[in-house]
Design a protein around this ligand. Structure first.
Ligand code: ADP
Ligand code: MG
Length: 263
């Protein structure tokens, strides 16, 4: 079982992650990292290739990649207490090693506004998961801060058989799926590489204040790309990484969903 407790906040339940201001890790800070190794070891021990969202987000947070605040609830009552601590509106998501695409399983409910909504939502998610896959192992339900809607971007990583660890950047939705407007670079990335990956997208104007939209915080996205590069260079056993979506704001950015697949 994973553990997201830290020394400072040794509460009964999991720690709420409040991502620090984005930055690129120094080598000294890196020596302090340890959750990532523990999580990967545990998954290997259990023979799991796909990390849970809780695990992937814990790793992201450790690498300075901002994620939505979250806690893991094991029952309705816990979910309500956690929702209260995190603050409304709330998003609930299924946490199961047997359910990779959560929305396909009716495993994501957004915009819950009251304790009663959260309690009912918890029940519904467990019900949907069981309907989707009767023997799915259910770890619990992720209780998460709801990230305000914004321009959605995607950061990915794949291990190319020829080039090794590779980072991908694109805009969410049709830009990736339909228009294939994405850029790849072989890791490790410099900040200049990351900036280029962003600015050379055809859809870049959408991040740069096209018409009336506020420009996105490009430095925050550069930091996410560099920290992702850092992570996959440190852990060559990461075969795939998918931060999809990331909400790009005029100040900062927030990863809403994270998937990591091991070799
Ligand atoms: P999956 O990709 O496994 O189906 P996601 O976690 O990506 O599940 O959730 C599906 C969609 O729900 C996301 O693409 C996003 O639009 C929305 N969503 C999920 N979590 C949040 C959140 N914390 N805040 C805002 N929107 C969210
Ligand atoms: Mg997703």
């Amino acid at each position: 079982m994973f553990n997201t407790n830290t020394n400072q906040q040794n509460k009964k339940q999991q720690t709420i992650f409040k991502p620090e201001k984005h930055h690129i890790h120094t080598p000294k800070e890196e020596q302090l990292l340890n959750q990532t190794q523990k999580i990967i070891n545990q998954a290997k021990k259990e023979g799991r290739k796909a990390l849970l969202e809780t695990e992937a987000k814990t790793i992201c947070a450790e690498y300075g990649i901002p994620v939505t605040k979250f806690m893991l609830a094991k029952n309705e009552k816990e979910a309500v207490i956690q929702a209260d601590q995190i603050g409304y509106p709330i998003v609930l998501k299924i946490v199961s090693p047997d359910i990779i695409h959560k929305s396909d399983a009716g495993g994501v409910i957004v915009n819950l506004k009251t304790a009663a909504d959260v309690a009912a939502g918890y029940k519904k998610i467990i019900e949907n998961a069981t309907k989707y896959k009767a023997d799915a192992k259910i770890v619990g339900v992720l209780v998460s801060e709801m990230a305000p809607q914004s321009t959605e971007v995607i950061v990915g990583a794949v291990k190319d058989p020829q080039f090794g660890q590779t980072v991908m950047f694109g805009l969410g939705g049709i830009f990736v799926e339909l228009l294939k407007d994405v850029n790849f670079r072989v890791a490790p990335l410099t900040a200049d590489d990351a900036k280029e990956m962003i600015m050379q997208l055809k859809a870049y104007p959408l991040l740069n204040g096209y018409r009336n939209t506020t420009p996105a915080d490009i430095d925050a996205l550069v930091a996410i790309l560099c920290n992702t590069s850092h992570l996959i260079m440190d852990y060559p056993e990461i075969k795939e990484l998918d931060l999809n979506p990331i909400m790009a704001y005029s100040k900062g950015a927030k990863t809403v969903d994270a998937r990591i697949i091991l070799e």
